[in-house]
Write a protein that binds this ligand. Structure first.
Ligand code: NDP
Length: 481
């Protein structure tokens, strides 16, 4: 018998997806550059379903039903190109190559075009959920031709996470759209984690909670509007004691955050599209600051004599409990801003590349399987269902009300952070964004004046249409361009 689908690249993600496919009754062909991974999977998990191991790419391709479906799960970048080339050489027109790695969407666009010219389908599928998701049900974001989705959609949907009876996998759009959406998902994940980090730091540094107490607060928050996988595991990590020292593990982990690149890609694309994703950008930069060891070491002596020393010095009468409630509000409001910005970027990417992304569907398939899975996403889905043209999530009645009710607490938290000298770039820049979009006037008027002064870049006027220039170096009369 031939295989329904093949998986090449059997490191942790590929092996788990292959097992997930087999457990759902699909016959799965297996291949890996080094044969040892195929053998290992067969030895340890061969009994979980129907697998067809192969020793070479040609053997692998020959073991697939037509049209052939091959899922690549190798390192993103040059390795993916190498494997695509080998597969394409062995395949025939109509066959489908799926890249489930974390590819940069522009690479996916290039690959899709090149393979289309050779008569092959190329599906760039963002897969989120880490190794556990890959095995038990990830969120899958496949982009490619609508025709290719007919062949791969049902297979992918069968292994995706399920929420309220629906799979966390849907057709995203053409070419690089799936990987783009996965990239922005990861960017939002960066923002979400940064905000959680700030909440934790304020709980401990400003409110004086221990890591264990903070763990309990997060556990409690996980039953309210913040209910999410990230809040749940925050509680787990904060509550974990290091076996060697007996201290909270979080206190013995070096405070330098790593990054693999998807956050940076998100911000680069946002810069190109001119979309203000300040939450994601602050998160990427905050990781960069944390990793700047020399700068941080050299800056240890920078002054701080002006700082307040306690919460009550800033807001007399504030107790720990009410301040922790304020942090909850600040976290929630900042999170709404970060998601609103992320969805704005998705809308802008959709317009730029002609993808016709269904924003509500994206929120829906992120409710399960992926790292940012949360109840909250159901609200986003509802918001776009009620108004597909919503200009910003902040304008949806539910989120508008949520942010307005949180605003006073949010401002208190940002004030406390500033006065105590606890960095809260996510909370404060989200608040600045909120105040910017709702401001009647912005200092951009002055910036336009300055640009006109030194570069004759012209400005528009509030009282009549057209473009104007003041002759700054002459008699300062205004001319209309
Ligand atoms: P890795 O990213 O560590 O990649 C290892 C796999 O790539 C191995 O199978 C390896 O083969 C293969 N490989 C590397 N170079 C080549 C090459 N030149 N030719 C052929 N094969 C090559 O594996 P992961 O399982 O962590 O991730 C797989 C993909 O999934 C990546 O694109 C990753 O970004 C993405 N991803 C990972 C997540 C995670 O949580 N880890 C989450 C979501 C997506 P060999 O055994 O021979 O060395």
């Amino acid at each position: 018998a031939l295989a329904d689908i093949g998986v090449t690249g059997l490191a942790v993600m590929g092996a788990n997806i292959a097992r997930n496919l087999a457990r759902h009754g699909h016959t799965v062909a297996l291949h890996n550059r080094s044969a040892s991974r195929v053998d290992e999977l067969m030895t340890k998990h061969g009994s979980e379903g129907n697998f067809i191991p192969s020793a070479s790419i040609t053997e692998f391709v020959a073991s697939l039903k037509r049209p052939r479906r091959a899922l690549i799960m190798v390192q993103a970048g040059a390795a993916t190109d190498a494997v695509i080339e080998q597969l394409a050489d062995a395949m025939e027109p109509g066959d489908i190559i799926i890249d489930g790695g974390n590819a940069l969407y522009t690479d996916t666009q290039r690959r899709e075009k090149a393979l289309r010219e050779r008569g092959l389908h190329f599906v760039g599928a963002g897969i989120s959920g880490g190794e556990e998701g890959a095995l038990n049900g990830p969120s899958i974001m496949p982009g490619g031709s609508a025709e290719s989705y007919e062949y791969v959609g049902p297979l992918l949907e069968s292994v995706a996470a399920v929420v309220e009876g629906a799979p966390c996998c849907t057709y995203i759009g053409t070419d690089g759209s799936g990987h783009y959406v996965k990239m922005v998902h990861n960017g939002i994940e960066y923002a979400d984690m940064q905000l959680i980090g700030e909440a934790y730091q304020l709980m401990t540094s400003a409110a004086g909670l221990s890591a264990n107490e903070a763990a309990e607060v997060f556990a409690e928050w996980n039953s309210g509007v913040l209910e999410s996988y990230l809040i749940e595991i925050t509680s787990e990590v904060l509550g974990h004691t290091d076996a060697e020292t007996g201290k909270p593990l979080v206190d013995v982990i070096v405070d330098a955050a790593g990054q693999k690149g998807t956050g940076r890609w998100t911000v680069k694309s946002a810069l190109d599209l001119g979309v203000p994703v300040t939450g994601i950008a602050e998160a990427v930069f905050a990781r960069a600051v944390s990793g700047s060891r020399e700068l941080r070491a050299a800056s240890q002596g920078l002054a701080g004599a002006e700082l307040a020393t306690s919460l009550t010095e800033i807001f007399p009468g504030t107790d720990v409990e009410s301040f922790v409630a304020d942090i909850h509000s600040a976290l929630y409001a900042s999170k709404v801003v970060a998601y609103a910005q992320g969805f704005d970027q998705l809308a802008a990417g959709s317009r730029e590349y002609g993808w016709d992304l269904k924003l509500g569907d994206l929120a829906r398939i992120w409710r399960g399987g992926c790292i940012i899975r949360a109840q909250f996403l159901g609200r986003i889905s509802d918001a776009y269902a009620a108004n597909p043209q919503l200009p910003s999530l902040l304008l949806d009645p539910y989120f508008r009300d949520a942010v307005e009710s949180a605003a006073a607490s949010w401002r208190r938290v940002v004030t406390v952070a500033a006065q105590l000298g606890v960095p809260a770039p996510g909370f404060s820049s989200a608040l600045a964004y909120y105040d910017s979009v709702r401001a009647k006037r912005l200092p951009a008027a002055l910036i336009q004046g300055l640009r006109d002064y030194f570069g004759a870049h012209t400005y528009e006027r509030v009282d009549k249409p057209g473009h104007f220039h003041t002759q700054w170096s002459g008699d300062r009369s205004e001319i209309s361009n």
